[in-house]
Design a protein around this ligand. Structure first.
Ligand code: NAD
Length: 366
């Protein structure tokens, strides 16, 4: 695993632009600000990945854990030195309100549970980081944004690509006009899903299928690569396995997004194809290709000017340090990661599902 120290050493000699380097990482040997003390809820596959990555953080600290499984809590206590008093179950975690050791709760459980747990964390007065998709529809997402506003806490969504150096370099180039007027984006997001019994294939826990899980990367990517929000969507679904992908669980959806500046995005979301992790951006003066574009990395990319050389650092390490700076210092990220950003993607997903049903163009107002 690349560490923060590796990253700092690598960028010392690289041409990476200051704008593309997250500030929290550039803190280097300077005295560091206060740390954001985070409790992770959901000690599954991704929760473990985040916890591991946080060991290299300078601004974010893993301070608590919330799980329904006592043996997992015990394992995390010994592995990460988490105090017993900072461990909770799903039933009693509202008591976190009185715990000054915890500033924020990071919700990393199945999608359909995000809404309720985010509302409870907000009511407990804690900042909330919520995994993508932030909810299973836009109504839930809007309620989560409102609840966090009302409680006076910040709500961030786990969009790790928003801090990835090569991605940020393409965004910088687009803003600088290097690609000229953007005309086209292609996003391919998919993998062959395994175990047919997993929660990702259950509508009641996943809220949908591939679109909720992996297609969202192309939706979000289209927006940050083009730099606009779409105004219409069309979509077509294909299903080859009606046993594995039951009613309400999409296997493959192709969708198109139209942007106010005239650009069009053509995207594919699937649970039935491997080797599908590619972004391509085309403008009147140049182009960018990311391949892979959103996996855990290293991300690879090139533009009409050549290879992107920004170094790889564990995505979740940068993400958590940057999110600490957003929450503690009010830092503004290059690409937003707040609840309203997540809500836009949920509105697009709602519109894609509607367009699949009607076969018509669905207008969007984000
Ligand atoms: P997982 O199945 O590995 O872990 C889910 C955890 O939730 C488990 O610890 C499980 O015990 C717990 N859980 C609590 N209530 C549950 C219930 N009713 N049913 C099933 N599990 C329950 O899943 P994961 O891969 O860690 O995904 C969790 C969330 O993280 C999802 O929202 C997913 O989209 C997101 N995720 C994000 C990324 C990313 O790159 N940002 C990557 C993977 C997953």
């Amino acid at each position: 695993m690349s560490t923060r120290r590796d990253f700092i050493r690598k960028i010392a000699g690289s041409a990476i632009t200051a704008a593309a380097v997250p500030q929290a990482l550039m803190a280097g040997n300077q005295p560091e600000g206060a740390a954001l003390k985070v409790a992770i809820m959901g000690l599954g596959s991704y929760g473990n990945r985040v916890a591991e990555a946080m060991q290299a953080c300078t601004r974010a600290k893993l301070a608590g854990a919330i799980s329904g499984t006592p043996s997992k809590l015990a394992a995390w206590q010994s592995r990460y030195g988490i105090a017993e008093k900072n461990c909770y179950h799903y039933d009693n975690f509202d008591e976190i309100r009185n715990n000054r050791d915890i500033d924020a709760v990071y919700v990393i459980v199945p999608n359909a549970l995000h809404h309720d747990f985010v509302l409870r964390a907000a009511r407990a007065g804690k900042h909330v980081i919520c995994e993508k998709p932030m909810a299973v529809n836009a109504k839930q997402a809007a309620e989560m944004v409102a609840a966090c506003d009302k409680a006076g806490v910040k709500l961030l969504v786990g969009y790790r690509m928003h801090f990835e150096p090569k991605t940020l370099e393409v965004i910088r180039m687009r803003k600088a006009g290097d690609f000229g007027k953007i005309k086209f984006f292609q996003g391919l997001s998919g993998f062959n899903i395994g175990d047919p019994t997993q929660w990702r294939l259950k509508k009641e826990l996943a809220g949908g299928g591939a679109m909720m899980d992996i297609g969202i990367y192309s939706i979000n990517g289209a927006r940050y690569m083009i730099g606009e929000d779409p105004v219409w969507v069309t979509a077509q679904e294909t299903k080859t396995d009606f046993v594995k992908f039951r009613e309400g669980v999409d296997e493959t959806i192709q969708f198109q997004l139209g942007f106010p500046g005239g650009a069009v995005a053509s995207c594919l979301s699937t649970y039935s194809l491997n080797n599908l992790d590619r972004f391509f951006l085309d403008g009147e003066k140049g182009w960018a290709e990311m391949l892979p574009s959103t996996g855990y990395g290293p991300i690879k990319g090139r533009t009409h000017k050549g290879e992107l050389t920004q170094p790889h650092i564990t995505h979740q390490t940068i993400q958590m340090d940057e999110m600490a700076a957003i929450i503690l210092d009010n830092k503004q990220p290059v690409v937003p990661v707040d609840g309203r950003e997540g809500l836009k993607d949920m509105k697009i997903i709602d519109a894609i599902y509607e367009a699949v049903k009607t076969g018509k163009k669905t207008e969007l107002s984000l």
